[in-house]
Design a protein around this ligand. Structure first.
Ligand code: ZN
Length: 495
């Protein structure tokens, strides 16, 4: 994230003569619902990161999600571009959940002068207290490393924001419980509805002047452990729908069979199993499966190291909000995940302990962040394990373009770590069934809960093939018209 100031640039908007390709599927337009209402897509338009949607009612402005662009450098550079809005004029920010691609730009926005409140659920508030300071720390550290080792051609490299900026952003958070509409600006209310994607995750239902927009955020999945099913919604005038897996169906749940095989193979080879994991939102499910497989005697009892203080702190937040989680996983009995703990689980806190875990050759399971291997302690473990064929690296989440995780899953024979090339001999495995994003079938199932089609459905948060495939599927199965907005596109809200 540490990009030099002089690389700041902003893509031209269509109004400035930038490229705009005609959308393949467009909505029917009959009348304006609001003379001044526009929606501007400042991120997650044609890509899966940087979620930011500006609702502008002329005299009032609300920004829904304030996410960081991640992955390809071309995308990360957008974090340095000036937003086409005046932070002082924004009435409020609303967050759907605490993943960085939905909240990670907030410190930058506050540093630019935003002084309103940031509405979110209590669970999102909790997780933001972990992810925002951590993100700031990583950016400051990356900038320091780049300057120290001069692996940037720009000097000095600056962080996008600092830990002080992150602390100021946290001061603006205003937690609001689920299913309780509250005003966020004059005659604009928000209501959070559990989306089942992460602790605290929600759809944000904004109502203004008798109209409703449902900002879908990220949509969770059905019948998974730990998190509840996505809540059904019956009506909205306008829908923003995520499309991350709009062209794919997740592999069927195999009751832990692949995890069991990967763990036992890894032990048989005398190696270690490294699981790069998002510190929040994925470790819980990994632990659920490991504990269940231990209890069912399908894997040996191994030391499990949680090498992420943030993941350990997030587990505490999950334990504190069991009523918001999957009722089956939290009911008393064998499948309960209330403890979020395996038989021999150790939370690694200090960097020294982390180095000791890294140096140990004992067969073990190490869970470390970040999930796409873009930063964090997992990089040191990768450096140690990748050159050795005995070890296994298991990816359990979406791997965005341009990340080391994607490179490794695509079969890279070497990756760059801390400025030098590291050969890849370790076994690379990937399990998609633990994704927290609905796949195409689950998205269609959720849309099936609507009593009538929204007047407009915007497809966001997807790469182009997924957006196109989902648009076609929705048209074919439900007959709804959809629209795929472009980055920085401003759309008048019509019905
Ligand atoms: Zn998310």
């Amino acid at each position: 994230m540490a990009e030099p100031e002089r690389e700041r640039k902003r893509e031209k908007s269509p109004e400035e003569g930038g490229r705009r390709t005609a959308p393949k599927v467009t909505a029917h337009v009959s009348k304006y619902i609001h003379a001044m209402a526009t929606l501007t897509f400042l991120g997650a338009a044609g890509t899966v990161t940087g979620s930011k949607h500006l609702l502008d009612l002329g005299d009032r402005q609300v920004l829904v999600d304030c996410g960081l662009f991640q992955g390809l450098k071309e995308l990360r550079l957008r974090n340095w571009a000036a937003l086409p809005l005046d932070p002082h004029r924004l009435d409020a920010v609303v967050l759907t959940h605490a993943h960085l691609d939905h909240c990670g730009y907030l410190p930058r926005l506050v540093a630019q002068g935003f002084r309103g409140r940031v509405f979110c659920t209590p669970g999102t508030n909790d997780l933001c207290t972990l992810v925002l300071p951590d993100s700031a720390h990583i950016q400051e550290e990356d900038a320091r490393q780049a300057n120290r080792h001069r692996y940037t051609k720009h000097a000095p490299a600056l962080p996008l924001y600092t830990e002080v900026d992150a602390a100021r952003a946290l001061d603006r958070l205003q937690p609001v419980g689920y299913n309780r509409p509250v005003p966020v600006a004059k005659d604009v209310d928000v209501e959070f509805i559990n989306a089942g994607h992460l602790l605290g995750s929600a759809y944000a239902r904004l109502t203004f002047d008798g109209h409703t927009i449902l900002f879908g955020g990220d949509l969770g999945r059905y019948g998974r452990p730990v998190l509840p099913d996505p809540s059904p919604v019956e009506t909205t005038d306008i829908l923003l729908l995520e499309s991350t897996y709009g062209d794919r169906v997740h592999e069927a749940d195999d009751g832990g069979a692949r995890v069991a095989k990967i763990v036992t193979d890894s032990v048989a080879r005398g190696g270690k199993l490294l699981i790069p994991s998002f510190a929040i939102g994925r470790v819980e499910e990994v632990i659920y499966w490991l504990k269940r497989l231990e209890d069912e005697r399908r894997i040996p009892i191994l030391p499990v190291y949680i090498d992420s203080p943030m993941a350990a702190a997030a587990l505490d937040f999950y334990r504190a909000r069991l009523s918001e989680l999957d009722p089956l996983s939290t009911a008393p009995g064998e499948r309960a995940v209330t403890a979020f703990c395996t038989t021999r689980m150790t939370v690694v806190s200090s960097p020294e302990e982390s180095k000791a875990v890294m140096a140990s050759t004992e067969p073990s399971i190490v869970i470390a962040a970040s999930g796409m291997a873009t930063g964090g302690r997992v990089l040191h473990h990768l450096e140690a394990l990748l050159p050795d064929a005995r070890h296994t690296v298991l990816f359990v989440g979406f791997q965005a373009e341009g990340t080391r995780g994607r490179q490794l899953c695509d079969g890279a024979r070497h990756v760059k770590l801390h400025g030098h090339d590291v050969p890849v001999a370790a076994r690379i495995e990937r399990i998609d069934s633990m994704s927290a994003h609905a796949d195409r079938q689950e998205i269609m199932r959720w849309l099936g809960g609507f009593a009538r089609p929204p007047a407009r459905t915007f497809l966001v948060h997807g790469e182009p093939p997924a957006l196109q495939a989902l648009a076609e599927r929705i048209h074919a199965e439900r007959g709804w018209q959809t629209y795929v907005p472009k980055y920085l596109e401003r759309v008048a809200l019509e019905m």
